[in-house]
Each structure stands twice: as C-alpha cells, then as structure tokens.
Write a protein that binds this ligand. Structure first.
Ligand SMILES: Nc1ncnc2c1ncn2[C@@H]1O[C@H](COP(=O)(O)OP(=O)(O)O)[C@@H](O)[C@H]1O
Ligand SMILES: [Mg+2]
Length: 381
C-alpha cells in the first residue's frame, strides 16, 4: 500500500489520473457513520489492489478526532481488502503530521509543479498587450514582463504592486497576460474590496474550515499566478499578515501550510503615490514588493486610439441595416470632442455606447408607424 499526499498543481493531478476509476474514500467514511459492521463495509469495497482517493474538501471536514483515527482506519481497510494507492488531495497539516508519524513507511509526497513561463511567451505577451490591448502603458508593461525573465532562477514568491488611477488597464493587463501565458488555466483572482471588514480578515487568515477561504483559493489555483485585485481596499490589518506570507514563501493557518515558491502575485490598487503606498501598507510590506509599477492616465493620443478601436468594435457587431444608417466617421469626429485629459477607458466606452444607442434607438423610432400606437393592452390605463 502507498499513501500519496498530493499537493501543488492539483489540476495536473486530475488530468493525469482518472479518479472515476478510483474509489472515493469518502463513501466509506459516510457509511461508517451508520454502521461498523465489517461485513457491510467489505461488501462496499472494490476488489483487492484498487486505487482510492479523497478530495480536499472532504478531508477538511474531518473532525479532529477522526483525523487522529485516520491511520487506524486505513489499516483497517487494508486488512479487509488490500489497497494499492490512496491519493489524499491536499491533506490538512494535522492529517499529514499524524500519517507521517504513524504510517511513515507508506507515505509518498507527490507534488505536481506548475507550468513555467518561457522567455519567448513573455516577449509575445508584451508585444500583443502593447499593440492590441493596453494602450499608453508601455513602461508598466515592460517592467512587468522584463521582471519575469528567467523567473524560476529565484524561488521566492514575486509580488508586484500596480498602482494608478481607475480604468487605465491594471486589471486588464493581468487578465490578458494570463490568457496569453497560460491559455488553458484559470487565473485565480481575489477581489480585495470584499475584504474590508472583520469577515474579510477571517476569510484570509481565519481557521474556520467550514467556510470558503483564501487558503482554498490558493490550493485550487491552476497556475502559479494570482491576482489580488483592489489591494488598497482591504482591511488594513491584512497587510502585516501578507508581509509574513510573502516573506516566508508560505501561507499558514491551522489547516494548511501552503508552499508559495515561485508564486507570482499581482496586486492592483488606486494608491496615488509611493508615499501613499508606504503609509497605507506599512514599511515592511512596502519593502517586500518585488516591484512597484505605476500606471499613468491615458494620454490624448492613446485615448484617440481607444476611441477608434471601441467604435470599430461596436460597429462590427451591428447588422447590415444598422451599418447603413450609422455614419461612423461622423460619430468618430463628434466623439473626439468628448475626449479630454484624465478620462479613463471605462468613461470613453460608456460615452460611445450612449451615443451609438441613441442612433440605434432613432432608427427604430423611424421605422415605427406612429398612427397605430398604442396597440398593446398595456397602454390602456
Ligand atoms: N490603457 C488601456 N488601453 C486599452 N484598454 C483599456 C486601458 N485601460 C483600461 N482599458 C479597458 O477599460 C476597462 C477597464 O480597465 P481595467 O483594467 O479594469 O481598469 P483598472 O486600471 O481600474 O484595473 C477594460 O475593459 C479595459 O480593457
Ligand atoms: Mg482594476
């Protein structure tokens, strides 16, 4: 019998192992609540030398007394029907500790590593983002991409703080970067504006295993990149704890000790200056950031590029009739007057939408035969 403690890139584990052909240990644990008859349990078990697995969520729900009795339980099962492999997915700290103490000779650590980031893909991402996605933030894009060259050389977790005004491309940079670098994996994104009260603190560093937690988010990450969005909006208590976590390359709570080697953390924020950052997050965390990257207001030239791009995108979605009726060049000129220093991409998009919707509405209005109004019962008040 082998007991494999599965950690790291769990998605990879599931891709390599067909858990459908394994037996879910949780079914037996559930049954144990109702019967302790060896005969009944034996009937439920698969043949000798089968593979078993137990999901992280089920492990987390163990009572501590059960975690302690787990070794005995495994030996008991193995006696009824010989076990081949047992995969324990993300065992809690206590379970791992007990198992290693009591069944050490059966234990194998199985760590699945995360995908690397090749230098070529960094260059590709930089060029694509600069030309097609994020306008007017070339310094920021270059800082981010160049900092990750040969990033595996140093195992420590890298933390980037992106700061600047709203709607200038911070979050979008990270989402698009991830799409290009790891197209098959989901980006782990935690909205820090949701963590601005005690409950938020509890979510991140709490030990209540029944609640959804930051630890789970980390354990289930599909790539070694996470986005802590709106990092400036969380409860200030969190900053010290984050310093510790980044500094030790480990996330610890009562349940888990999660290895954060080579993790890339992107924090986005609306901090206004370096001084602002230092005073809000405190010197230790400030000093721990791998890089602090400024995002600028979108200048007039880039606003213009954005305007053209958005209008073209909207226009492409129209049907032929609408296209004929809408004077796209006139709209572009008209909207040009709307641009002014300090506007962000969201505002530009909203204004284009507003103007185009007016045109679309007027087209509908023109088509409508007013003499037949009102036709519907709902107009008869
Ligand atoms: N510099 C930019 N170039 C192109 N699009 C941008 C830029 N900044 C923002 N956008 C667009 O505006 C929207 C909001 O951007 P986002 O990255 O969420 O802003 P924030 O800086 O507040 O995180 C997204 O749809 C994004 O594509
Ligand atoms: Mg954002």
């Amino acid at each position: 019998m082998k007991i494999l403690l599965v950690k790291g890139n769990i998605k990879e584990f599931y891709e390599k192992h067909d858990t459908n052909s394994m037996f879910d240990l949780n079914q037996i644990i559930e049954m144990l609540k109702e019967t302790d008859s060896t005969d009944r349990i034996k009937k439920m078990l698969p043949d000798d030398n089968s593979d078993y697995f137990l999901r992280a969520g089920d492990i987390r729900r163990f009572y501590s007394s059960f975690a302690e009795a787990f070794s005995g339980f495994i030996l008991f099962l193995d006696k009824i029907r010989k076990i081949n492999n047992i995969y324990l997915i993300n065992p809690t700290f206590t379970l791992e500790h007990n198992l290693k103490k009591e069944l050490g000779k059966f234990i194998v650590d199985k760590v699945y590593s995360y995908k690397n980031i090749s230098n070529v893909s960094l260059v590709e991402s930089y060029i694509w983002l600069k030309n097609n996605k994020i306008y007017g933030q070339n310094n920021a894009l270059k800082s981010i991409h160049s900092s990750l060259i040969d990033y595996l050389d140093d195992k420590s977790c890298k933390v980037f703080l992106l700061y600047g005004p709203s709607g200038v491309g911070k979050t979008e940079t990270i989402k698009s970067f991830h799409d290009i670098i790891h197209p098959d994996d989901k980006l782990t994104r935690v909205q820090f504006s949701m963590l601005n009260d005690e409950e938020g603190v509890e979510y991140v560093f709490g030990n209540d295993s029944s609640k959804k937690s930051f630890a789970e988010e980390l354990l289930n990450r599909e790539s070694n990149i996470i986005l802590l969005d709106e990092f400036d909006k969380c409860h200030p208590h969190l900053y010290n704890s984050f310093y510790q976590m980044f500094d030790e390359n480990k996330f610890k709570n009562n349940n888990y000790e999660i290895d954060l080697s080579n993790l890339i953390v992107f924090c986005t924020s609306n901090f206004s200056s370096l001084e602002d950052i230092k005073s809000r997050v405190g010197s230790p965390l400030y000093g721990r950031f791998t890089q602090i990257i400024k995002y600028d207001q979108i200048n007039m030239f880039e606003q213009n590029r954005l305007l053209e791009k958005y209008i073209d995108e909207f226009y492409d979605k129209l049907n032929t009739e609408q296209k004929l009726e809408i004077p796209v060049e006139i709209i572009k000129n008209k909207l040009n007057d709307y641009l002014k220093p300090g506007l962000n991409a969201r505002e530009i998009k909203r204004e284009i939408r507003r103007v185009l919707n007016r045109y679309l509405f007027n087209i509908e209005l023109k088509k409508y035969n007013t003499h037949t109004l009102p036709t519907s019962k709902k107009f008869n008040t």
